[in-house]
Design a protein around this ligand. Sequence first.
Ligand SMILES: Cc1cc2nc3c(=O)[nH]c(=O)nc-3n(C[C@H](O)[C@H](O)[C@H](O)COP(=O)(O)O)c2cc1C
Length: 431
Amino acid sequence: MLARHPAVQGAVAAVRDDPPGRRTLVAYAVPAPGAAPPDAAALKDHMRAALPDYMVPAHVAVLDAFPLTANGKVDRARLPPPGSTAAADGAPRSAPAARGDAPGPAARIAALAAEVLGLPSVEPAANLFELGASSVDMVRLANRIAEAFGVQLGIEAIYGTPTPAGLAAACAGADGPAADAPHRPGGASARPAPLLDPAEREAFKAARPGRRAVAPDAPAVPLDPAAAAVDEGRAMARATHRTFAPGPVPAAALAGLLATLRERSLPTGPKYLYPSANGLYPVEVCVACAPGRVAGVAAGTYHYDPAGHRLVVLSAGAEVPAEAHDPFVNRPVFERSAFSLFLVARTSALEPLYGREGFRLAALEAGHIGQLLMTAAPQVSLGLCPIGYAEVRTLRPVLALEEDHELLYGFVGGGLPDDAGPPPDTEEGEI
Ligand SMILES: Cc1cc2nc3c(=O)[nH]c(=O)nc-3n(C[C@H](O)[C@H](O)[C@H](O)COP(=O)(O)O)c2cc1C
């Protein structure tokens, strides 16, 4: 398949096991005589067009020539590992840094990534997930970057730009020492590194660190245990769902869910079921329906118009790109879902009154909206999973977001599966 590309003379594929336990499918290509060396990403696109995703190699390396055995066959043992820039003869393909030149931040991060992934080298432009990095590898790398640069990168940088060059750019843009700052282990501005060990993470969670420690005999006013303002059954039906019925959900269920956000009209003015600072209501809901998954609603993205209680088409047929979600926790949930809801704030509707504080107020409003949606969902036989982080750059075009739109929060949802037992016990992320 790869060998049929016009700029490719020959191609081989190999399953690599370096470091041991990280099996990766790698394709190697040699350019056709006289042709410019093809771009590895373009070769991947070429394969994607004809092969199912699982058959597309995780990594494509373009070599000057294949290493050959004494009898002229491709010497697979001497094919360079993924991410390495080594050409077939073992010589580096890219020019080495001039003697005495300090490597730039991208090269330093590439070297850290190579250490973390157990690879001989990593290209600054290499996508670390495609090199087989797991979420724990990425946390480990983020911690190494924090040690080296004094900048603790957040989940949005790690999943949004998973290349050494992208992470270097994120460091440069982050608060804290510049990415080209000298090595400063445990520098004053370094935030504590996230825990890595799964047992330590569980123990941290089990200690319930979010709760204030109170002595059992602390002076306190006992409250009537029978007093309850909420309908316990309804309140307890709210749950995070991460699996959904495979079939389409009725449009009426989605309409019922969104009706909780509908604008009501009172003699005193418009009224919503949730509060908004100063009654500004700067948070809007974008809805994305997956193809064939909401009966009677075409695939595409929509703006929920709370005054007209209708879905206004943003982009007919557009689909949320799976890459908007982290590959480990949320992407599989998204792939099972029928629809997505994204809560976005229009910052220009807040800043003139609240300055930068406006963003915090919008996030609080999104929390109120989220609670309404999650409480309503089981009443219309829908399940929702909150999405704390999605990559906004990939979402901007599909949701027709404007410059002053900020993504605050999201949900993916679908019909409750028939055997709706307890949702799988998944964490919301490794980071
Ligand atoms: C702000 C916020 C972000 C969340 N992000 C995610 C997420 O990205 N993925 C996920 O699976 N769950 C996410 N959750 C769901 C929590 O993991 C879940 O609420 C928690 O485990 C309690 O379970 P329950 O909602 O079923 O009571 C998020 C929850 C909140 C409030």
